[in-house]
Ligand binder design. Sequence first.
Ligand code: F6P
Length: 358
Amino acid sequence: MKKIGILTSGGDCQALNPTMRSVVKAMENLFGDIEVYGFLEGYKGLIYGKYKKMKPMDFSGLLSKGGTVLGTSRVPFKEIDNPTEDGVEKVPAMIKTYKKLELDCLFVLGGNGSQKTANRLYNEGLNVIGLPKTIDNDIWGTDVTFGFQSAIDVATHAIDCIYTTAESHNRVFVIETMGHKVGWITLYAGIAGGADVILLPEIPYDMKKVYKAIDKRKKMGKNFAIIVVAEGAISKEIAKMSKKDRKAKLAERKYPSIAYEIANDIQANYPAAEIRVALPGHTQRGGNPDAYDRVLTSRFGAKAAELFKEKDFGKLVVIRNNEVTAIPMAESAGKLKYVDTECQLIQEAKTLGISFGD
Ligand code: F6P
């Protein structure tokens, strides 16, 4: 009988449960009876030997369910060689749990940091297969991560809801979407929601350009505007600073987040205008997976089980040009997939008149 471990690590998303379901379903289909050890709260469960012994039936009904039945937590890769608060050496503890349970493989559903840890465990001799999770879509090597499309849907719905009220009240709305380092959600939801201005971490903005976009709308007779900003967007002025100065400047920011700062600047420039801020926040990670994610996770799970069958460990399941394949974890580990500022989608958006504040 095959014995597999599975864990969900890092920030959650809508498509973790369906991914676990498809991995287990495919494994059962290929190998018959299997034993599944579901580690609780991500790597913490592996470190402390906290798990649920599960059967394939326990994963039934998860295709359309958001969140994660195993729970999740963040165990930062940069601290992986530091002991836990109670003095446990993390990597040796994880290896010990894996060996004690005599696992044939560990499936890791996680984002960038979690995949780095997965790669470390593989290098320590464990059989590990990674599956790329994150609403941020920033894992290098895959065109799409699971969770991303569902997050875009939520963010787009949030913009749609704001759009009608912005129009009714002739207001300028600044909507902040998730993405500290990358602007994938902001770019796609911004376009899907009909934003007038889209501000991404990859394209430092100039407020004068934002005002220009608002003025342009006014000239068109539109007295409302939608500005969608990624939580990690930065001004041109801040982008020029050294990493240290930038950190210090951001630390002294007097607003709760970038959207409020931008709204304040707009208000100062248009004293008579009504400006409002809206933050969909963690709703972007919540709710149920959309149809795209359900199909994607079904494909990813099938591929993960095939990799297991071929004893092809140390791999990350990815999708490229709509083909599901796998790459060495080491190839992806430590790299972020940023929005290409010269990409066709941005050029097309600019042709439509959307401002990126640059
Ligand atoms: O990595 C996913 C993500 O949702 C980011 O987009 C966001 O910046 C961050 O997690 C929020 O983290 P937390 O859930 O710890 O507040």
